[in-house]
Design a protein around this ligand. Structure first.
Ligand code: NI
Length: 202
């Protein structure tokens, strides 16, 4: 991985972020033809830094995403905030053709989210607390996992990208904050405080 692997991130307003991405042919994964793109996506995600990146965000309209989370990404959170988000380590994973379905009976949970394609903004999004993820990995091998907490949020966000959706489509728009305002007023406070002050329901 090197600096030249880091690609520019497509910003909202570009139609590539709004088109459903095309499925990846499993044979293409098995031949390694996407290895360089995957390395570039990983380098781009790490440089940003972010916890997930979908191929349309680097201008490639295929159903491919990379995800990764760990302590180096959540060091700005207090232990209490990390626990509230159920932010647990998610090893680097390639997801091709992911199908994300709610895990039965586990409800929705709302937290602030951002997106590398929508810089400088954050808004509260209700997501399934737990999901089942079926996909292919970088070798074309099947993945079938149940994720909960923040890892579940990450894969829902990335699967949305592959469907041409942005988190803003699902956001509580009255919660929309610039990153600066969020840091000044709402970081470290329960979402209920923002809901009461800004006039939305959780
Ligand atoms: Ni995003």
């Amino acid at each position: 991985m090197s600096a030249e692997d880091v690609l520019p991130i497509v910003q909202c307003g570009d139609p590539v972020l709004r088109r459903p991405a095309q499925p990846v042919d499993p044979a293409v994964l098995r031949t390694g033809a996407l290895r360089r793109l995957i390395a570039q996506m990983r380098a781009t995600m790490e440089a940003a830094p972010g916890v997930g990146l979908a191929a349309p965000q680097v201008g490639v309209g295929i159903q491919l995403a990379v995800v990764q989370d760990g302590p180096e990404r959540w060091e700005h959170l207090t232990e209490e905030e990390r626990a509230a988000r159920e932010r647990t380590a998610l090893p680097f994973t390639v997801l091709a053709n992911p199908v994300v379905t709610p895990a039965a009976g586990d409800g929705m949970v709302g937290f602030y989210e951002g997106c590398l394609s929508v810089p400088g903004l954050t808004a509260l999004v209700a997501r399934h607390r737990a999901v089942r993820v079926r996909a292919l990995d970088e070798h074309g091998e099947p993945i079938d996992q149940v994720l909960s907490g923040w890892p579940a949020r990450i894969v829902q966000h990335e699967a949305d990208h592959l469907g041409g959706r942005l988190y803003l489509d699902r956001a509580e728009t009255r919660s929309l904050s610039t990153a600066d305002t969020y840091a000044r007023l709402w970081a470290g406070r329960p979402p209920a405080d923002a809901a009461a002050a800004l006039g939305f329901t959780l």
